[in-house]
Design a protein around this ligand. Sequence first.
Ligand code: NAD
Length: 486
Amino acid sequence: MTGMSQPAVLENFIGGRWTPSSASQHLDVTNPAKGVVIAKTPMSTAGDVDAAVKAAARAFPGWSETPPVVRARAMFTFRQKLEDHLEELARLVTTEHGKTLDEARGSVRRGIECVEVACGAPSLLMGYGLENISTNVDCTVMRQAVGVCAAIAPFNFPAMVPLWFLPFAVVCGNTFVLKPSEQVPLSQQRMFQLLQECDLPPGVVNLVHGGKDVVEAICDHPGIRAVSFVGSTPIARLVYQRATHTGKRVQALGGAKNFIVVMPDADLDRAIPIITESFYGCAGERCLAGSILVPVGPSHKDVRDRMVAAAESLVVGDGLEPGVDMGPVISARHREKVLGYVERGVSEGAKLAVDGRARKLPQDGYFVGPSVFDQVTPSMAIAQDEIFGPVATVAPAKDLDDALKMMYAHPNANATSIFTSSGKAAREFAHRATASMVGVNIGVAAPMAYFPFGGARDSFFGDLKVHGRDAFEFYTDKKVTISRWS
Ligand code: NAD
């Protein structure tokens, strides 16, 4: 005995049982603040997906006929389990992802709110009708579950993003297969242990770990009726095309490049701390993170100088430690990618006002110091690509029109914000923005669980957005019955 325990190899959850994957390959899950391996994700196969879909299909007839109020009750139980384990789940999120504990707690809370909204299913699932559409003829519309549904998640919100889908799919009477990100599978592993205690019949919820092969098997499987995807734009596009090709309904949320516009009349004392959090919170690894800071007209110098001071004062370290503002990025590979963009910005001629590479950082783990580029122009790679790291790019604009033109020229359109004290400017901005999540004096325009979440253009493929009323549309089909009794 060496006393050193081996990292656990995770199992899939299929048909109500923890089941070893048929994977021949495994991916190391690391704590990015320490660089140590904490678990191994099995890279499951199409055969594992097929077993999960078969279990879900077996559960579907009984579950879809279960009264909505009983289905909702299982979600009330799940909600309470999540609440009881909030701190444990948040610590798990920080340990596998690296974000600060406060951010992790907030993300679990946001996930719980999705379960709470789903608990309203008996009301939200109601149809509608009209009597006497013709003499003695009545018409009703009822919502019915669509069948086996699947969701594929990204690495940046390990606990929250799967909860954008699972509770809504399940209360609507569907059965469900989840593939978490292979980089952060642990909070989902724990959530499925909690789901096991919620009186759900076997096969209603299933978990299959893995990567590309699992995603492709989900897209192609004839037994799956609906697919939800969250991740980068190239993979979102691919999943949308491949899964719709086999007749599924699909919502695929992609990457982002979010413009934060600061008007000369903005209250900078209030705006800069909010903007700083938007750019550097979660180490820039949010789909709603500020990415391009656009000071308008004479505000440029003041906005840049304050942003520089704010970036320099951030405390970087292990997200579990108190007082830390920013944790590591997800992996060594991603750190290299982010640092590559810092090099690229310098070679493209942008002015590096804060060089994160010069920052003294913890030795272990995948830390990147916060950087600020000034004098960025829209054609530069740092203004085009989603860096997904703590790199702010300042691209000044002459006026609001000029700022909006910059936004129009970018293919992504997820979220955007304006900071101003002018109602007129705010209204014009909200009306004309390409992004479909708009903040006014808000740094991260994240719709709550009862509103629709999702971008536009290359940030979203599909029509129905995530959570809110759209979830009940996505997870049900409408049956129209026309009756004559006379
Ligand atoms: P990713 O696209 O690399 O991975 C997402 C999922 O796709 C994972 O489950 C992964 O296993 C799978 N995948 C990866 N490569 C694949 C391939 N070649 N074929 C099939 N499947 C594949 O994204 P990520 O790095 O995990 O997450 C970060 C991205 O997610 C960012 O672009 C971010 O903006 C985006 N995101 C968007 C939203 C939104 O609401 N629009 C929310 C969160 C994250």
